[in-house]
Design a protein around this ligand. Structure first.
Ligand SMILES: Cc1cc2nc3c(=O)[nH]c(=O)nc-3n(C[C@H](O)[C@H](O)[C@H](O)COP(=O)(O)OP(=O)(O)OC[C@H]3O[C@@H](n4cnc5c(N)ncnc54)[C@H](O)[C@@H]3O)c2cc1C
Length: 431
């Protein structure tokens, strides 16, 4: 049989660029670097790229986890790049070498870090131990299993029992999750759990700021709040959390919120591993870069996407800044290879959007254009389906979302997994 060796799109003397992180920023960088003829290797701790904006649909039983992830190998192959599964643990900037958790070492001419972020707990006692997050495919599956298990227990427990879901953080993730949980209660549960009294399922959204969706205009913030309240979500604004326990969220004002499942959707921080890379870190442990995205004190190391804290450019943690910065980092590598000076990133605002649920969303475009309601929701739906990676994912997500929004109230169709073990198991049932 013919042995298959390395098949690279680039010449073997082309500069070697390692990109760490197969998210929006990393993929944008890989595409650009490969197009420019570099030898590119993409490294990720998972063999797939995750479309985070639809994770809340997985967590609320509307999409399968496979619908929102896409093979990193298929993506790199398309660009003639290489993929290596592994978790970055060390960077030796002097010898231009990275080390992975499995001991693998790789030399680079240029390095682009695009590892994204995870939750920030702001030192709230018990928050990390007693809440679930929503950053990864695994998180979403684990959360769905916990939500569905609580509802099953409600049925087993019989009348007089309640279940409380508490979501911490009134940004887009918190709002979308609260809205989807309310939808699960109003439509799917009615059909799938006829024995359960819907009034015994409580959903509370807690936000420290006086508004939801901070980056949006006040009218859109208020619209989102009213929509959630109208769907039976208790929205607590200007509310600080003192502690999270296994069955309670304790507030700074002395109130205790009973909470069977607490979901932490607040703040962003660099992954713990970033502390071992030996690079300068700023707020939340994010990597400090100059305006050209070069890491402070480094000539050949760039950071892009959520992990980067760029001098003088406070970018929001969203897909567009990640894509634009990933592409920009790649362009700067190209410039350096050609002996040109680097240039600062100029961010082009293409607008922001968030959804509350069926026929309810907010869209804020540049030049003061604001849309809300059904039109905004259709725009949100269309954009998310278009930007999902892979034709199969788009088709299946379209079918599953259509199912959710058209037929849930008539016969269930919620996607279920296994009953999670007692405690806050974060493994998920796999699918
Ligand atoms: C639930 C949720 C909903 C969101 N909704 C929206 C939305 O509607 N619209 C919007 O614009 N934005 C949304 N965002 C934000 C958006 O998803 C992020 O801003 C964007 O994904 C950041 O891209 P990135 O490439 O920087 O990082 P990510 O997309 O997070 O990718 C980072 C990659 O790095 C890998 N990685 C991490 N550490 C290591 C390591 N040490 N070694 C190897 N690999 C590593 C990870 O596995 C991951 O694949 C949402 C985010 C979340 C969590």
């Amino acid at each position: 049989m013919r042995r298959r060796g390395r098949r690279w799109g680039a010449r073997s003397d082309a500069p070697r660029v390692i990109v760490v992180g197969a998210g929006f920023a990393g993929l944008a960088a890989v595409a650009e670097l490969a197009r420019a003829g570099m030898q590119v290797m993409l490294v990720d701790r998972n063999g797939y790229s995750t479309f985070q904006p639809l994770l809340y649909q997985v967590a609320t039983a509307g999409l399968n986890s496979g619908d929102v992830v896409y093979s990193a190998r298929a993506l790199t192959r398309k660009h003639g790049a290489r993929f290596r599964l592994g978790e970055l643990t060390g960077i030796d900037a002097v010898h231009r070498r990275i080390t992975l958790a499995d001991g693998g070492q790789f030399e680079y001419d240029y390095l682009v870090l695009a590892t994204g972020v995870s939750a920030a707990y702001y030192g709230v006692p018990g928050a990390a131990e007693n809440s679930l997050g929503l950053y990864t495919r695994k998180d979403a599956v684990a959360l769905r299993d916990h939500i569905m298990a609580r509802l099953e227990r409600l049925d087993i427990g019989g009348p007089g029992k309640d279940v409380n879901f508490t979501i911490v953080g009134g940004g887009a993730t918190g709002v979308e999750l609260a809205g989807a949980l309310a939808e699960l209660r109003e439509t799917a549960l009615d059909a799938a759990f006829p024995e359960v009294d819907l009034a015994s399922v409580h959903i509370t959204l807690v936000e420290m700021a006086p508004v939801l969706l901070a980056p949006f205009a006040p009218a859109l913030q208020e619209y989102a709040r009213q929509e959630l309240v109208g769907r039976g979500v208790e929205v607590r604004l200007s509310t600080e959390i003192r502690e999270v326990t296994g069955d309670c969220v304790l507030l700074a004002n002395g109130d205790d919120l009973p909470s069977d499942v607490t979901i932490w959707a607040a703040g962003v921080a660099a992954p713990d591993a970033a502390g071992r890379w030996g690079l300068p870190q700023g707020r939340g442990g994010r990597i400090l870069t100059g305006p050209d995205l070069r890491v402070h004190g480094q000539d050949r190391v760039f950071a892009a996407g959520d992990i980067a804290l760029v001098d003088g450019l406070p970018l929001p943690q969203l897909a567009q800044p990640a894509i634009q910065s990933g592409r920009h980092a790649a362009w700067q590598v190209e410039r350096l290879v050609k002996g040109r000076p680097t240039a600062p990133l100029v961010y082009h605002d293409k607008g922001i959007m968030a959804t509350v649920g069926r026929r309810s969303a907010v869209v804020q475009l540049p030049h003061g254009v604001r849309v809300r309601g059904t039109l905004a929701w259709l725009a949100w739906l269309g954009l998310h389906l278009v930007t999902l990676l892979g034709g199969r994912n788009r088709l299946v997500a379209l079918i599953n979302l259509s199912w959710r929004y058209v037929s849930w109230g008539h016969g269930g169709g919620v996607i279920v997994g296994d009953d999670p073990p007692a405690g806050l198991d974060r493994g998920g049932s796999g699918e």
